[in-house]
Design a protein around this ligand. Structure first.
Ligand code: NAD
Ligand code: UDP
Length: 314
């Protein structure tokens, strides 16, 4: 049966892919975004669809609409953007969660929270299972994001326990792909845009810190499966690609895939509280959702490079 689905942060990188997928399945999609980091170009191709609606709104304010499902993605995800106005970042996660949970309670909607691997902080357990509680600095420059997302998870579970609300919580690991903003500031987009523009490739620290990168199509499949699972599995569940790379290896891979680039690698200071390593344990997603990522880094990077080539050329 087709549903009325609200996607907050729908004009952002991940949100735009999710809106597209939900429309393709025949649903009505209401995209809510304040355009802080999102933009209309990401959803331009959806605008002609009569089942798609766009509403400029900040989730820190209450929202009155009628919906069957809510995907709560609104929140800047890149460190440079979430640190630009850290108070607003915490408000977006915390007040945004309260407002969307209130909406879900009133409309009896199922609601999914886009949480993050950042809830594990700079992890001492590796790879990270969902049972690991994390090592997060509560007063550092990443805290507005990390602690905001942790508090949002708390709110989701309290609405579940207190009001029996049907919730879903996914912990998303580093994701990349088309529709990332060229100035997003995250490592994959930075390296590709720098290589295409023949600018220095900026590795922060010694480049030995690791991340596990997942392609956006895999993520969207995972979060839709999580929302739709009928076993009432609420999570939290890790959605990420367990293949781990150092930032040095990533820079080498990007340069290998853009052979015409004359960029050189340069080293810059490591930002405060930058996690040393990150890799998801995805056993739970495999068991409960029958999900695992399919797109390997090289294939995903090729698609992403094609997207940025078009942007850089235009
Ligand atoms: P993004 O910055 O591209 O998208 C976020 C969207 O939310 C943007 O369109 C922005 O304008 C909107 N937004 C921000 N504050 C808002 C507010 N107060 N009201 C309404 N809209 C608001 O980031 P993304 O990578 O697409 O991330 C989407 C979600 O996934 C975020 O919640 C993020 O924390 C989570 N996440 C992403 C990653 C990743 O690697 N991309 C990893 C973990 C978690
Ligand atoms: N990073 C880097 N060069 C850049 C941007 C980021 O070396 O131009 C590093 C950053 O310090 C971190 C890793 O890449 O160790 C991933 O950073 P990103 O901001 O993409 O994600 P997060 O740190 O939130 O996982």
């Amino acid at each position: 049966m087709n549903k009325r689905i609200l996607v907050t942060g729908g004009a952002g990188f991940i949100g735009s892919h999710l809106c597209k997928r939900l429309l393709e399945e025949g649903n009505e999609v209401l995209c809510v975004d304040n355009f802080f980091t999102g933009n209309k170009d990401n959803i331009l191709e959806l605008m002609d669809n009569k089942r798609f609606e766009l509403f400029r709104h900040d989730v820190t304010a209450p929202l009155y609409v009628e919906v069957d499902e809510i995907y709560n993605l609104a929140c800047p995800a890149s460190p440079i953007h979430y640190q630009f106005d850290p108070v607003q970042t915490t408000k977006t996660s915390v007040h945004g969660a309260i407002n969307m949970l209130g909406l879900a309670k009133r409309t009896k909607a199922k609601i999914l929270q886009a949480s993050t691997s950042e809830v594990y902080g700079d992890p001492e357990e590796h790879p990270q299972p969902e049972s690991y509680w994390g090592k997060v600095n509560p007063i550092g420059i990443r805290s507005c994001y990390d602690e905001g997302k942790r508090c949002a998870e708390t709110l989701f579970f309290d609405y579940y326990r207190q009001h029996n609300l049907p919730i879903r919580v996914v912990r998303i690991f580093n994701t990349y792909g088309p529709n990332m903003h060229p100035k997003d500031g995250r490592v994959v987009s930075n390296f590709i845009v720098q290589a295409l523009n023949n600018e220095d490739i900026t590795i922060y620290g010694d480049g030995l810190q690791t991340r596990s990168f997942q392609y956006v199509d895999d993520l969207v499949e995972g979060i839709v499966r999580m929302m739709e699972n009928t076993e009432n599995f609420i999570g939290p569940v890790n959605i990420g690609n367990p293949h781990e790379f150092s930032m040095k290896q990533l820079a080498e891979k990007v340069l290998e895939l853009i052979p015409e680039s004359t960029s050189k690698v340069v080293y810059k200071p490591l930002p405060q509280d930058d996690p040393r390593q990150r890799q998801p344990n995805i056993s739970l997603a495999k068991e409960k959702l029958g999900w695992e990522p399919r797109v390997e880094l090289e294939e995903g990077l090729k698609n992403t490079i094609e997207y940025f080539r078009r942007i850089v050329l235009s």
